[in-house]
Design a protein around this ligand. Structure first.
Ligand SMILES: [Zn+2]
Length: 341
C-alpha cells in the first residue's frame, strides 16, 4: 500500500508546485495601485473630446456618434486592447429596423462598440462592463453634449480597461474575460443593450454580471453638501453575492456613501428599468447600475464637460473597477439566488 502511494504523491507535489510557479498570487496584487491609474486628469482629457461639439451630441446612427466611437477605439488601440476574439472587428451593427418604433423618428444603422481582455484562467466566463455612448444629438442648432449622460460612463470604461491592462502587464491579467461594451441607442429606448442581449457574442449563461455606468460625474440636490456618494441600483435583485462584493470593495478601497434610495421597489422614478443593465437583468444576469441621480442639466444643452466634478467621476469609476476586479478574479462567479424583482 505504502509503496503504491509514494509515486503518485510525488507526481502530485511536482504538478502542484509547477502550476503555482506559473500562476501569480493575486492576493499580492496591488489593486489600489491599478485603481489609482484611473485619474481625474485622464477622465477629463477623454471627456472633453467625447463630449465636444465636434461629436454633435452623438445621436444614434449620426456622423458625430461614429466619430466619438472612432475615438474610443483609438484609445483601446493605444493601450494594446483589442476587440473580442469572437468578433471580426470593433463593431456590433445594430440595424435601423431593430430600433424602429411607431412613436419615434427613424434612426440610421448604428453600432455597439466592444473591447475585450481575455481571462487567463476562466476565459469562457464573461464580465460585462457597459455604458451608452449615444446621446440626443442637436436641437435648433444647439449641441447636446451629454457630458454626464453618458460621456462620464463612456470615459470611465476607457480608464477601467486601461487599469486592467496595466495589471495584466504586471502578470495579473483578469482570470475571467472582460467585455467592455459601449452600447448605442440608449436614449431612444435602450436599443443597443437589448440588441446585445438578444444577439450576445458570448452565451448569456456564461455572462457572470453586468456593471453598467450611466451618469457618474455630477451630484444631485439630495447630495449638494457632500458629493462623496453614488446611487447603487439593482445590486441585490438577482445576487446577494454581487451586492456584498460591491459593498466590500467600496469599504476596502473607495469609501463612497452607497445610496440605495432608487433601489427601493416603490421609488416612483423606477430607474432600475431605465438604463442598459435592465436588458441584462431581464436575462437573469446579475447587474449593478452606478448613477449620480438627475440634475438641472439632465437632457439639456448645458450638460457640458466643464460642469463635471472629475474627482467624483474618478472615485465612482474606481469603485466600478475594484468591484470588477473582485468579480473577474474571485474563485466563484456570483451566485444567482433571487428572482430579479
Ligand atoms: Zn444615459
Amino acid at each position: 500500500m505504502k509503496k503504491l502511494f509514494i509515486v503518485p504523491l510525488a507526481f502530485l507535489v511536482f504538478s502542484c508546485s509547477s502550476t503555482k510557479n506559473k500562476q501569480k498570487d493575486y492576493a499580492k496584487a496591488d489593486v489600489a495601485k491599478y485603481m489609482k491609474t484611473i485619474t481625474d486628469a485622464d477622465l477629463k482629457k477623454h471627456l472633453y473630446i467625447v463630449a465636444s461639439d465636434e461629436m454633435e451630441g452623438r445621436n444614434t446612427g449620426e456622423p458625430g456618434q461614429k466619430k466619438a466611437g472612432k475615438y474610443l477605439i483609438s484609445q483601446y488601440e493605444a493601450n494594446g486592447i483589442s476587440f473580442p476574439k469572437a468578433a471580426t472587428d470593433w463593431y456590433q451593427k445594430v440595424p435601423s429596423a431593430f430600433m424602429a418604433r411607431n412613436f419615434s423618428p427613424k434612426l440610421n444603422d448604428s453600432e455597439n462598440i466592444w473591447a475585450f481582455i481575455e481571462g487567463s484562467e476562466k476565459p469562457d466566463e464573461i464580465l460585462v462592463i457597459s455604458a451608452h455612448y449615444d446621446h440626443v444629438g442637436m436641437k435648433n442648432g444647439e449641441v447636446y453634449n451629454g457630458a454626464d449622460d453618458d460621456g462620464s460612463g463612456t470615459v470611465a470604461l476607457l480608464e477601467i480597461a486601461q487599469a486592467f491592462m496595466q495589471a495584466k502587464k504586471d502578470g495579473y491579467g483578469p482570470k475571467r474575460s472582460i467585455l467592455f461594451l459601449h452600447v448605442t441607442g440608449e436614449e431612444h429606448g435602450l436599443h443597443g443593450s437589448r440588441y446585445y442581449s438578444e444577439n450576445p457574442l458570448y452565451p448569456i449563461a456564461n455572462t457572470i454580471a453586468d456593471l453598467n455606468i450611466d451618469m457618474i460625474g455630477r451630484r444631485d440636490d439630495a447630495h449638494k453638501d457632500n458629493g462623496n456618494y453614488v446611487y447603487v441600483i439593482g445590486s441585490d435583485r438577482l445576487s446577494t453575492d454581487l451586492h456584498n462584493i460591491n459593498e466590500a470593495a467600496n469599504k476596502k478601497y473607495t469609501n463612497l456613501a452607497l445610496d440605495y434610495t432608487f433601489n427601493d421597489r416603490k421609488d416612483p422614478n423606477q430607474f432600475y428599468f431605465r438604463s442598459d443593465h435592465y436588458n441584462f437583468a431581464k436575462k437573469g444576469i446579475p447587474i449593478i447600475f452606478y448613477f449620480n441621480g438627475v440634475h438641472d442639466d439632465y437632457h439639456q444643452a448645458s450638460d457640458e464637460p466643464n460642469k463635471i466634478e472629475y474627482d467624483l467621476l474618478a472615485k465612482r469609476a474606481q469603485l466600478a473597477f475594484v468591484t470588477a476586479w473582485e468579480l473577474a478574479n474571485r474563485e466563484n462567479r456570483p451566485v444567482v439566488d433571487k428572482d430579479g424583482k
